[in-house]
Ligand binder design. Structure first.
Ligand code: SF4
Ligand code: SF3
Length: 554
């Protein structure tokens, strides 16, 4: 059977995965994910309509967010779990349909017909469900609308998927916003109508960016409100002797629960990939057995986990097919899943029992000795950077700092991503680099020194902390009494999955111009859409570090 997916940067041949995902997603799971999104659009159509009658539907809110997040690249590879979400989604959709009809009756309104058949009843049999999914693939939209309009629909969908990740993480920590749920349903209902007007699609994509800023703000409030503001922290990046658990993904609460459950058990906890910034939060780092970071970015996990002599916990994206060597020692939780990998569920209150992870760590050999100590400094989120804003502004005015570079975004396996290492290395000594997300592993262990006590490399955190970087830029603009576009600041972004898409849409919504994007441009951006992005925002593909640096410093 065929599939079609072009939602991430590593898509096959730069055009689309058609036989099997480069990420490891099989065609069956791809078809189920397409069906899941279709069912979510149906649920959103009703949820959007009931909301207009002042009848919100909480189950629909939570289901649509989970459905979107579950289909983000490298999250849920398990067809059984996707099929379960589809069944739950159909039940939610039917319930919200009923709620809508009742609300119409009560307000004397005629129910509006849906703009697209949203009534697919998923088959009980998974093979039949896969065939249903094949009827609603992206390829069908491309065939009917052309690559520009279909690509814009996907741009909106991917932006919503990324936003859903933020909304889900914030919801886990008890922070929600009704307006954000309302917008997600509105945008999904808009997509369900199969719109083809490029201007309307571009406008909706920018609204995704606008609402995503709110979603990022919610997550920032959830993380800092629960665990305190990240503070500059020197963290160990080499292992210590002893039993060990490595936590990857992005979820802070999972790490907190694991830290509490491993207290006094003689197990050292390490962050991996995008969990590195957790080491800077006061309420997380106070646990002395959170000893440091292990390894680098997500795409190195198969080698790094294989060599890790303990248990591994994957909290959200990005998981890869586990190697046999650690398949028994890796666990998933939250929305992340791999067929056959043990999953730690949450109870109704969101609590999780990590006993199986702890037992696997105790059964594994652990590190036999302390490695040579090496450290890096992290924790330059908005609060810290803003607390030294005066110093930074003064350094710019005294010409000690010439320029800022934001080199941030996702990492990936492609060799073209060395660009980001080379760029960071070539940034002149009188310039400061802000970074965030997993792309920083390309250069975050290199020595950059400081400018009058201000570190030349400021790590703002996860991809989920893009809000922090935006706030820093806005604060600098305010201090200099100018717009963000007038700052001596250049943005060089690396993308891989859909959270990078929603961040890009937010930056476009804020009117940020002259951004550079790589390592390749998204396959779903058709030629006419690219023209809009170039004409309106001067968005550029990366070239060579030398050429780009010269242009940015000109
Ligand atoms: Fe291919 Fe990326 Fe889709 Fe995976 S998520 S199937 S790698 S485009
Ligand atoms: Fe990285 Fe997945 Fe995007 Fe969170 S861990 S930035 S790719």
């Amino acid at each position: 059977m065929d599939m079609f997916c072009y939602q991430c940067e590593q898509t096959a041949m730069g055009t689309g995965c058609t036989l099997r995902g480069v990420c490891g997603k099989d065609p069956e799971t791809a078809a189920l994910q397409d069906l899941l999104i279709h069912i979510a659009e149906g649920a959103s159509q009703y949820a959007h309509r009931t909301r207009q009658l002042d009848v919100p539907h909480r189950e629909a809110d939570l289901f649509v967010v989970e459905a979107l997040f579950a289909t983000v690249t490298n999250v849920d590879f398990d067809p059984k779990r996707v099929a379960e979400l589809i069944q739950r989604g159909a039940a939610v959709r039917n319930a919200v349909k009923k709620a809508y009809e009742t609300a119409c009756q009560q307000s004397g309104k005629q129910p509006e017909p849906l703009t697209k058949d949203a009534a697919i009843e998923p088959a009980a049999d998974i093979d039949e469900m896969i065939r249903q999914g094949e009827q609603v693939t992206i390829q069908k939209r491309i065939d009917s609308l052309g690559e520009d309009a279909a690509g814009l629909q996907e741009l909106i969908t991917y932006g919503l998927k990324g936003m859903a990740a933020y909304v889900d993480h914030a919801h886990i920590l008890g922070v929600e916003d009704d307006g954000v749920y309302a917008f997600i349903h509105e945008a999904m209902a808009f997509l369900a109508a199969n719109p083809g007007d490029v201007d309307a699609l571009v406008a909706m994509a920018l609204r995704v960016g606008e609402v995503n800023l709110k979603a990022m703000e919610m997550l920032d409030a959830a993380n800092t409100g629960t665990y305190g503001h990240p503070e500059p922290t020197e963290v160990r990046i080499t292992p210590l002797a002893g039993k060990a658990i490595c936590v990857s993904g992005h979820d802070l609460k999972d790490l907190k629960m694991l830290l509490e459950q491993t207290e006094g058990k003689g197990i050292n906890i390490y962050t991996h990939g995008e969990m590195l910034p957790c080491l800077a939060y006061p309420e997380l780092k106070k646990h002395k057995h959170l000893v440091g970071n292990y390894g680098g970015a997500w795409q190195n996990q198969r080698d790094e986990f294989d060599a890790f002599p303990g248990a591994i916990l994957m909290t959200t994206n990005c998981i890869q097919r586990p190697e046999d060597g650690y398949a028994e020692r890796i666990f998933t939780t939250g929305l992340v899943a791999w067929p056959g990998v043990a999953h730690i569920p949450a109870d109704a209150e969101g609590n999780k029992d990590f006993t199986p992870v702890i037992e696997a760590a105790l059964a594994a050999p652990g590190f036999d000795k302390d490695a040579e100590s090496k450290t890096i400094t992290i924790g330059f989120a908005r609060n810290t950077v803003m607390s030294v804003a005066d110093k930074v502004v003064e350094a710019v005015k005294n010409r000690k700092i010439r320029h800022f570079f934001l080199i941030g975004g996702c990492d990936g396996a492609k060799p073209g991503r060395n660009y980001y290492t080379e760029l960071a290395q070539q940034v002149p000594d009188d310039c400061v680099i802000l970074t965030l997300a997993c792309g920083k592993y390309r250069f975050n262990k290199l020595p950059f020194g400081d400018i009058g006590g201000i570190p030349r490399l400021l790590d703002c955190g996860q991809c989920n902390d893009a809000y922090s970087a935006i706030q820093i830029a806005v604060a600098l603009a305010k201090a200099f009494d100018c717009g963000v576009n007038d700052l001596p600041l250049s943005l060089v972004l690396s993308w891989y999955e859909q959270k990078a898409v929603c961040i890009l849409l937010t930056l476009l919504h804020l009117g940020i111009k002259d951004m550079r994007l790589g390592p390749t441009l998204p396959a779903f951006v058709g030629p006419n859409v690219l023209k809009v992005l170039v004409d309106q925002f001067n968005l550029m593909p990366i070239k060579t570090p030398e050429e780009d640096l010269a242009a940015m410093l000109a």
